[in-house]
Design a protein around this ligand. Structure first.
Ligand SMILES: Nc1ncnc2c1ncn2[C@@H]1O[C@H](COP(=O)(O)OP(=O)(O)OP(=O)(O)O)[C@@H](O)[C@H]1O
Ligand SMILES: [Mg+2]
Length: 362
């Protein structure tokens, strides 16, 4: 996968621009608040249609009502244009000018690695569930569909519990068990490969402790219906669904202990990096193409060994964008970020046949 160019308009603090990206590593450096993270966030949004902000308005430049990002992509030799329009809580996606839904965008097109990933390790189970669910949703459109139906069922069932509608529970239970069982089955199956890849990445990071991923399930496919029935009174009293995959955790065991409780900051960051590399490898295996890699703050909190791991990872994909407050070594193109603008630094001669990287202002 290749991002040939990225255009943005009214996106956070970014000046309207079209940036051309060469193959290989593009380094983006600049002071705090220059717009480096915003650039990667815009690239991830244009590549995947995905964002994790709670309100889409946050992405729109203050004082404006709408924002726009566009990616010109190259995938297996064919070109396409993906556009995302944002405004008033709405996200509109187009591929080659035709309206599509998020699930219709190429799902393996980008992986984003950032310092906040440590929260995956140290934060609550919901963050780890979200990591697993979002990865599985990208690997399988069917999983995304079943998950969203399951989540809708949980919230409707909770409303019925709060309304004391005990008589309706057998209907809700039937859907919940059917959808929940499919989710548990896919998670269990995917975890086998994810576990292998994460363990490999953890070893490549030079960690002396082994990393193991496992699911802490609140129930099993076999026991689900029975567990719901036996907790009926408690559920009616609390007005919420007590058991099922929405309550499960992805346990990260480092050495002999859960990383969430015992890992040091640096060990936690290592585990998070291992998870991201596993994500990248899984997407590449599934879609037969290596994603564009977006690495935010490659130098933050990292020792030289882990920095080298990240830079090697960046060199292992057809294209990576790496930000930091200092220059990433070995970049094919270096952009200096300043006040939401990105200016190329002319250094090495371009390779023969490689287009000159340049910035075009809209
Ligand atoms: N909707 C918005 N409208 C205007 N400016 C915004 C908006 N959202 C964020 N910003 C501003 O964008 C600026 C750049 O943020 P960004 O996170 O990209 O910086 P950065 O270069 O990654 O800095 P750091 O090195 O500290 O990580 C911040 O000053 C922030 O206040
Ligand atoms: Mg940043």
């Amino acid at each position: 996968m290749r991002l040939d160019s990225l255009s943005t308009l009214n996106y956070r603090n970014l000046a309207p621009c079209t940036l051309l990206f060469p193959a290989g590593v593009t380094g983006v450096f600049g002071e705090n608040g220059a717009g480096k993270t915003n650039l990667l966030e815009a690239a991830f949004l244009a590549l995947t249609g995905l964002t994790d902000v709670t309100r889409l308005e946050q992405l729109v430049q203050q004082g404006e009502t709408e924002a726009y990002v566009r990616a010109d992509l190259e995938s297996s030799g064919s070109l396409s244009v993906q556009e995302v329009g944002l405004g008033r809580g709405r996200r509109q996606l187009k591929v080659d000018g035709v309206r599509v839904r998020t699930g219709d965008l190429p799902r393996g097109s980008a992986v984003w690695i950032r310092p906040e990933d440590s929260e995956l390790v140290f934060g609550s189970p919901s963050g780890r569930r979200a990591f697993l669910d979002s990865l599985l949703s990208r690997l399988s459109a069917r999983y995304a569909e079943v998950l969203s139906r399951y989540e809708r069922t949980v919230s409707q069932r909770n409303a019925a519990l709060r309304g004391g509608e005990e008589w309706a529970m057998h209907v809700w239970d039937e859907s919940l068990v059917r959808l929940g069982t499919e989710i548990m089955t896919v998670r269990r199956r995917a975890l086998v490969r994810l576990n292998e890849l994460a363990a490999e990445a953890n070893a490549a990071l030079g960690s002396r402790k082994s990393l193991t991923l496992s699911l802490a399930e609140s129930t099993t496919p076999e026991a689900y219906a029975q567990d719901l029935a036996s907790r009926r009174a408690e559920e009616l009293a609390r007005g919420s669904t007590a058991t099922g995959p929405h309550r499960d955790d992805l346990v990260l065991t480092l050495g002999d202990f859960p990383a969430s409780e015992y890992a040091s900051r640096g060990e936690g960051r290592t585990v998070a990096l291992a998870l991201r590399r596993a994500e990248l490898e899984l997407l590449a295996e599934r879609f037969g193409e290596r994603p564009v890699l977006l690495i935010d703050d490659f130098s933050a909190e990292l020792d030289p060994g882990r920095r080298a791991f990240l830079l090697d990872l960046a060199a292992s994909v057809p294209q990576a964008i790496v930000t930091g407050t200092e220059r990433a070594p070995g970049a094919a193109l270096t952009l200096r970020a300043h006040g939401g603008r990105f200016t190329p630094e002319v250094t090495a001669e371009p390779l023969p046949g490689e287009p000159l990287a340049e910035e075009v202002r809209a």
